[in-house]
Design a protein around this ligand. Structure first.
Ligand code: TRP
Ligand code: SF4
Length: 356
């Protein structure tokens, strides 16, 4: 039997998931479930690297992210879903790898520098923040993952993972760990309500957990083509964030319309994006109406996910069960790999029974 390649990826427990996450990472994760043996985990310890002073949201976020995943179809029957901190071997391997990782490798990591520039209101001078990619390497190496689906921003981290893995295998003369390859998930150019990229740190995101009323409120508050000041002014959909969302969530022109064939039916089909674009350019439609149409279409698309979410949330016990079952399964692998690693290092010892 051909064995499936192993995929592993994680998300930091630093907030609920939004439409950008769904179109990017989660869509890819879901797709991979059928062709690979998938491991998806919530990196709650990674969240500490930036939030160690204020930890009160980490536990709640871990739970909410699990609900988000399940609601969009990450399936515990197909994938192993787990929590980083349920598996202490992540911390142990992180320690061992930290012993062989040269600090300059970490200091020259572009993500490290960028984040320090970007996040000015928190102290990021800690050892743990510098070592973030070492913990990430432990996450990946413990499961000997062949492929890691990530966004483009994570490529420097994955390169470091490969370097650390190579160094370990070289020093201890045994190919214990596997050098993983990336599977790039598209980074959707999805704007948030203020026109900047949708991101929880910009406070402009629409979340999977937003109820329909909230989605409508957010859409109504969206920025539009700033040069369209009056209702009679023509607009430019190409620079309008509302239109960017129409592009994803509203119907595209139907085949019949594209070919100029009349359908000869009385039911008027929903207005499509080419019509919205035309009506915007000619000032036939106003921004308020345009947003109402978007809100309706977006809510319609998100409704099934929202309903599934509510159902899942009504049984939190079940969520914890899924997470602990997944963690149990993952931990078996983690324990075996850690044993191989300490054996290769020549430091493996069985702890006396009484301390186990
Ligand atoms: N650093 C990743 C992010 O911020 C999260 C992460 C932690 C991860 N450990 C991982 C991703 C291991 C892939 C594999 O998105
Ligand atoms: Fe944007 Fe729609 Fe207004 Fe045009 S009509 S500027 S697409 S919100």
């Amino acid at each position: 039997m051909e064995t499936k390649k192993r995929v592993l990826s994680g998300m930091q427990a630093s907030g609920r998931l939004h439409l950008g996450n769904l179109l990017g990472a989660l869509a890819k994760w879901k797709e991979l479930q059928d062709g690979y043996e998938c491991f998806y985990f919530i990196a709650d310890w990674h969240a500490l690297s930036t939030c160690y002073e204020d930890t009160h949201e980490i536990k709640g976020n871990t739970f909410e992210i699990a609900v988000d995943w399940l609601s969009v179809g990450i399936d515990p029957e197909k994938s192993t879903i787990f929590v980083q901190s349920f598996i202490p071997e992540h911390a142990v391997l992180h320690l061992l790898l930290s012993m062989i990782t040269p600090v300059p490798w970490l200091e020259r990591n572009p993500t490290y520098k960028e984040k320090q520039e970007e996040i000015k209101n928190r102290d990021l001078t800690t050892y743990g923040f510098l070592g973030y990619p070492v913990l990430q390497t432990a996450d990946i190496a413990l499961y000997k993952a062949n492929c890691v689906p990530v966004g483009i921003d994570q490529l420097p981290h994955l390169e470091l993972t490969r370097e650390i893995v190579r160094r370990f295998n070289y020093i201890y003369k045994k190919d214990v760990f596997v050098e993983p390859e990336e599977i790039l998930s598209e980074t959707p150019k999805l704007p948030g309500t203020d026109g900047r990229k949708m991101s929880k740190s910009y406070n402009n995101a629409i979340y999977l957990s937003d109820p329909p009323e909230e989605i409508e409120k957010k859409v109504r508050s969206m920025l539009t083509d700033p040069r369209r000041e009056r209702r009679a002014d023509p607009g430019n959909p190409e620079i309008c964030p509302v239109f960017a969302l129409h592009n994803v969530y509203s119907p595209s022109p139907s085949q019949e319309k594209l070919q100029g064939i009349s359908r000869g039916t009385t039911d008027s089909p929903a207005i499509d994006i080419s019509e919205i674009s035309d009506q915007c350019r000619t000032a036939k439609i106003g921004c308020v109406d345009c947003k109402i149409i978007l809100a309706k279409n977006l809510i319609k698309k998100m409704q099934p996910i929202y309903e599934k979410r509510c159902k899942l949330k009504s049984n939190p016990q079940r969520i914890y069960e899924i997470l602990s079952q997944g963690s149990k399964k993952a931990r078996k692998i983690a324990i075996a790999t850690l044993k191989e690693a300490t054996e290769a290092m020549g430091i493996h010892m069985e702890a006396p029974r009484s301390t186990r």
